[in-house]
Design a protein around this ligand. Structure first.
Ligand code: TNX
Length: 534
């Protein structure tokens, strides 16, 4: 006999359904389903069986009960995955009755999300790493769900401060829980180069380390004297990168690497000064590089050979369709006087240094598209003319997104006003030092990547949106968690849920329930974000 048929069924109410992001369609039915030692997990393909096996492992940890993964369904008491090709990409349908659970989906991600929804229907203690005595019951329900946007991103800057692989994995778990599917990994910046490149070992042995842990952002220029011992930093080996990419894939997440150019690269120039205009030795700065004048030389052919070599290794590690090349905040003072750059201006018939940046990015774009990938960059890549196949990440407001989409380019919207998680989220007097700005939970929740001024044609070019955590003021993983959560929950609903289903008061209630889960998981979320805005 099964537990579910012998015990009195638990009654669920609407208030107990607290899924984030809110599904497109939810209908609560009478009855419930109980997991017990006889419950079978059913899937026909290897990948999906693997996904169920990791659910089974997690379930065993907390319940002490092992659920067997099998290839075909018994007559009752099972959770099954069913491939249904007519469902939307990344979408899923979930039907729970007292006899069994069915998750239908077209793609692997749909199954990931169906399972995440089931976890959110289970008691918060399902997230515990230790045994909990509990009945593992979910309500009878029907859910039909699919995302509004296909790019639901989080960017993490690991240059300004370095975060270990384990933390990256934890972050990926927490993204999957919220059905976020793009991890934009900001691996290069002035204050540290974080990805092993076999052909240029000094990028990490020199570029990966700086003198001080503290990075004071734009408020200081603590460039250490040459020769000072650099001890703070770190980098990811290619093996670690592969591990992270595979870990993300299992969770339906694509990892988009960002290799900055032509600016935000003091770390690379400290390692290989020959790729700058001046060729002078510099130190990896501990912060405060502003304006950013130590940039790659756009006149030397060697710069492009170097970058193509780097990108070749990067593309071998990251299967992502999109390769982010930064492109932001280049101060082109050196380009104006550099003999290589000025002769490039002449030979290429370029009017000014903005056009030289455009030449630079277009060249890189040709290389990336020759490898069947798509270049994505910050909205400065519009200056001097956008490369033909480029996608634009609009951060200086929505302007860049409007302009690029009008030109027929795809865009990811990430305006500072709503998407910058390095901003304060509560009363500044009570918050840890942050970059500045004020982006509380409610503001993130309001975010809509589609802007009023867009035509339907432009709208089609909006891939989605993204939260960005710049890490100048984030020295620890705990503080990173604090800045990301719960704001990422608001971002996830802004990118997943149809606007007609969004409701701030209702969301705030569900966030309270999410906090219970975060407590069990040990996430250092910001309670302040919630208090200030409700
Ligand atoms: C601007 S946003 C930058 C980053 C800083 C950030 C601080 C962008 C493309 N560039 O380098 O960390 O401001 O908010």
């Amino acid at each position: 006999m099964f537990g579910c048929t012998t015990k009195k069924e638990k009654k669920f109410t609407e208030e107990e359904i607290n899924i984030i992001p809110k599904p497109v369609f939810t209908e609560l039915h009478k009855g419930s389903f109980s997991f017990n030692g006889n419950t079978k997990l059913v899937a026909s393909t290897k990948n999906e069986q693997k996904l169920l096996a990791s659910f089974s492992q997690k379930f065993k940890q907390v319940s002490g009960v092992k659920l067997a993964v099998v290839a075909s369904a018994p007559s009752s008491n099972f959770l099954q995955f069913k491939i249904v090709d007519s469902l939307p990409y990344e979408g899923y349908n979930l039907v729970i009755n007292s006899n069994h659970i069915t998750v239908s989906a077209k793609t692997y991600s749909g199954f990931v999300y169906g399972l995440e929804t089931i976890k959110q229907l289970l008691p918060a203690s399902i997230e515990s790493a230790n045994f909990v005595q509990k009945e593992w019951v979910v309500p009878a329900i029907e859910i039909k769900d699919n995302p509004r946007f296909k790019w639901r991103g989080l960017m993490l800057d690991v240059s300004r401060h370095f975060f270990e692989v384990d933390y990256i994995k934890k972050t990926l778990d927490r993204m999957a829980m919220l059905k976020m599917n793009t991890f934009h990994w900001h691996l290069v910046d002035d204050q540290g180069w974080r990805i092993e490149i076999k052909k240029y070992p000094k990028l990490t042995s020199v570029g990966g380390y700086r003198v001080n842990q503290e990075d004071k952002g734009w408020n200081a220029r603590p460039n250490a004297p040459l020769g000072t011992k650099a001890t703070y930093g770190g980098f990811y080996t290619q093996e670690q990168i592969k591990e992270v990419v595979a870990y993300a894939k299992e969770r339906g997440i694509t990892v988009v690497p960002e290799i900055e150019m032509p600016a935000h690269v003091s770390s690379a120039i400290a390692a290989y000064p020959e790729f700058s205009c001046l060729g002078e030795q510099i130190m990896v700065p501990s912060g405060g590089v502003w304006p950013i004048t130590d940039i790659y030389c756009a006149g030397k052919e060697e710069t492009f050979t170097f970058l193509e070599d780097v990108l070749t290794e990067v593309m071998e590690l990251f299967p992502s369709k999109y390769i982010h090349i930064g492109g932001d905040e280049a101060t082109k003072t050196n380009w104006k006087t550099c003999t290589h750059c000025t002769s490039r201006l002449q030979t290429e018939d370029l009017a000014n240094v903005d056009e030289l940046q455009s030449y630079f990015i277009k060249r890189i774009e040709r290389f990336i598209s020759s490898k069947n990938r798509v270049l994505i960059g910050w909205d400065e890549i519009l200056e001097g003319g956008l490369a033909p196949g480029a996608t634009v990440m609009s951060w200086r407001g929505v302007k860049g997104g409007l302009e690029a989409s009008a030109e027929g380019h795809n865009v990811v919207m990430t305006p500072g006003t709503h998407c910058y998680f390095d901003h304060y989220q509560g009363n500044q007097d009570q918050e840890p030092l942050a970059f500045g700005g004020y982006t509380p939970l409610s503001k993130v929740y309001e975010f809509n990547p589609v802007v009023d001024k867009m035509t339907p044609e432009q709208e089609k070019h909006v891939l989605g949106g993204q939260a960005n955590l710049w890490a100048e003021y984030i020295p620890t993983e705990q503080q990173s968690e604090y800045m990301i959560f719960p704001r990422l929950a608001a971002m996830s609903e802004a990118l997943w849920t149809p606007t007609t289903h969004k409701n701030w008061a209702n969301f705030s209630g569900r966030v309270k329930e999410l906090f219970k889960r975060y407590d069990v998981m040990g996430v250092n979320y910001a309670k302040s974000a919630y208090q200030v805005t409700t």
